[in-house]
Design a protein around this ligand. Structure first.
Ligand code: 4NP
Length: 175
């Protein structure tokens, strides 16, 4: 798993997850990653956001199939509302992770802080999270499995980045 870049400022490490519509893949990743961060005791140390490069669904809840898949696995899918990505996100976030190559092209390609979500997949790194929107329920189960194991990889990488950033310990590094 590649290291994640250091955070730019004090306060939480800021992670953005990006797909096309922000109603299927990045919201599922958002909910799962926040849950895993809470399990790791990092809820206050990492802030997660998500968006879609397309604006069709802005303000809407998750796709019902994405929500049902998450709910069946014990997650809370109810709070999501879709947002649209814009060019300020790579400056506002420490790390921007996109779901597929189209998303990567839409955000302007790889940088030190922009990469693919599954770069951090500990089992099968380097691919895409395939878009389940036009497919069947199996696609959502597949996305959930990818997102769960990749979130574990992201939590481990964030843990390492946070530990090596001494100015951001509790108290902000001040005496
Ligand atoms: P997502 O899936 O990018 O995983 O949220 C999609 C949702 C909606 C559309 C495409 C993909 N759409 O074209 O409306």
């Amino acid at each position: 798993m590649p290291a994640v870049p250091p955070q730019r400022a004090e306060g939480p490490y800021r992670v953005a997850l990006v797909c096309l519509g922000n109603i299927c893949r990045s919201p599922m990743a958002h909910v799962v990653l926040e849950s895993r961060l809470a399990d790791a005791g990092l809820a206050d140390r990492v802030e997660v956001a998500s968006s879609g490069t397309g604006g069709w669904h802005v303000g809407n809840p998750m796709d019902p199939r994405a929500a049902a898949t998450l709910t069946a696995a014990g997650y809370d899918a109810s709070r999501h509302r879709a947002r649209q990505y814009d060019a300020t996100w790579p400056e506002a976030y420490d790390l921007v992770l996109v779901m597929d190559e189209v998303n990567l092209a839409d955000v302007g390609g790889r940088t030190e802080r922009v990469g693919m979500f599954r770069d951090l997949d500990p089992a099968d790194p380097g691919g895409s999270v395939p878009d389940p929107y036009y497919g069947g329920d199996d696609g959502f189960e597949e996305v959930l499995a990818m997102v769960e194991r990749t979130s574990d990889g992201i939590v481990a990488a964030l843990q390492a980045a946070i530990e090596s950033h001494p100015s951001d310990r509790a108290g902000g590094g001040r005496a």
